[in-house]
Design a protein around this ligand. Structure first.
Ligand code: GLA
Length: 391
């Protein structure tokens, strides 16, 4: 009797064990809960991932369990796609888009025009020995956009049409081959061309620091002008590369309010929170660089206190995104987990922890904090209706 009971009990425990193991097997390393489920009905949740994702099955469970949109980290940028005029390379993008489709994941195309000289293939700006004029530049842009966006028409859900065109300093637009030859018309045209090629795609203007006051004004000025000229821009992308203890929450909120008034969507396109703040790298003409280049304080692990602060700050961000979910169309992290973050190498080499998952793909305190922040507010209990005059 006793033995029979024991074996029933064992069977029962085994069944429970199986049940417990089941969700983690399909949901990613030890993590049955999902960001995608938590943000359902609010906004799309995505990640920028390594171009080689189709070849790295170890990353798939986490990716598929947590996210519904993917941005290829590099392979759709102008440089790898058309390194010489007319010579297009679609090997990686094709594999990426096919992979995403087979997993029912949306693809974010990044990016058709990158308004920086060093991020545009140099031939774009050349004409023989001289400099390409506006017409030649726009014709090349048109061919690029028609070829790339055309190839993935209806398979790429949204495009960063223009990346990083606003100037960080006193100018309105960043000085570049693009702005020198065309003024802001290159932005107008890029959106027109993209819309012609894929009228269904959500078209995004993407930049960094464009929620901060200086660039925000320029962003709004640009959007007004694009609207006047009839350019089909549907959303702005806030890259969202933030630093611990320096989240611009008030500026973010002001930007979300402004975009709501403007009737445009916002995507947070490349979110991370660097735990080894980097802004001093650019301060005072780079005089701290030598010192910073040696700074690698968490190479043996990130202190729990830092992870806790990061979690609180992610929660603040996601509470804000939830509050403005009528405006926020997507939130994408930049990279899948800490081990793959660009912030381990940029702007200097260090062991960094900017994301929601650790190097093994396990959830960090920030993951729990984000899930909590995405939960609906409990509905406030209604005040008891007044029944008569106050005494
Ligand atoms: C910018 C670009 C991205 C990527 C990141 C860093 O934000 O938009 O494509 O290069 O920098 O990896």
């Amino acid at each position: 009797m006793q033995t029979q009971r024991l074996s029933i009990r064992r069977g029962f425990l085994a069944a429970i064990g199986l049940l417990a193991a089941w969700p983690s097997a399909i949901a990613g390393p030890n993590e049955p809960r999902s960001l995608r489920a938590a943000s359902n009905g609010l906004f799309t949740i995505g990640a920028g991932v390594n171009d080689r994702i189709p070849e790295t099955p170890n990353d798939w469970p986490l990716l598929i369990a947590q996210f519904s949109a993917l941005t290829p980290e590099n392979c759709l940028k102008p440089n790898p796609v058309q390194v010489a005029e007319g010579s297009f390379n679609f090997t990686r993008p094709d594999a990426f888009v096919a992979f995403a489709a087979s997993r029912h994941l949306q693809v974010v195309g990044h990016c058709l025009v990158w308004a920086k000289d060093d991020r545009t293939p140099p031939w774009f700006f050349r004409d023989g020995e001289g400099t390409a004029d506006r017409d030649l530049l726009l014709a090349r842009m048109k061919t690029h956009i028609a070829t790339v966006a055309g190839r993935y028409r209806s398979r790429i859900a949204m495009w960063d049409v223009v990346n990083e065109a606003l100037d960080d300093g006193k100018e309105f637009l960043r000085p570049s081959g693009w702005s020198r030859a065309c003024g802001e018309d290159f932005i107008v045209k890029a959106f027109e061309f993209a819309h012609e090629v894929d009228p269904q795609a959500l078209l995004i203007y993407n930049d960094y620091n464009n929620e901060l006051p200086g660039k925000r004004e320029k962003q709004i000025r640009l959007l007004r002008s694009l609207r006047e000229k009839g350019a089909p821009v549907h959303a702005i992308g806030l890259q969202g590369h933030y630093e611990l203890d320096r989240l611009p929450l008030a500026d973010l909120e002001a930007t979300l309010v402004a975009m709501r008034e403007f009737g445009l969507k916002v995507v947070v396109s490349e979110l991370d929170i660097d735990v080894i703040p980097r802004s001093r790298w650019w301060a005072d003409g780079g005089r701290y660089r030598e010192e910073l280049a040696k700074l690698d304080p968490y190479r043996d692990g990130c202190p729990p206190e830092i992870l806790r602060r990061q979690a609180d700050q992610y929660a603040q961000l996601f509470r804000l995104f939830r509050k403005y979910s009528d405006v926020v169309a997507r939130v994408s992290f930049w990279n899948l987990h800490d081990g793959q973050s660009w912030l381990n190498d940029f702007p200097w080499k260090r062991v960094n922890y900017p994301l929601l998952f650790d190097r093994e793909g396990k959830s960090k305190p920030a993951f729990d904090a984000v899930l909590e922040a995405l939960k609906p507010e409990p509905t406030a209990s209604k005040p008891t209706p007044a029944t008569g005059k106050a005494h």
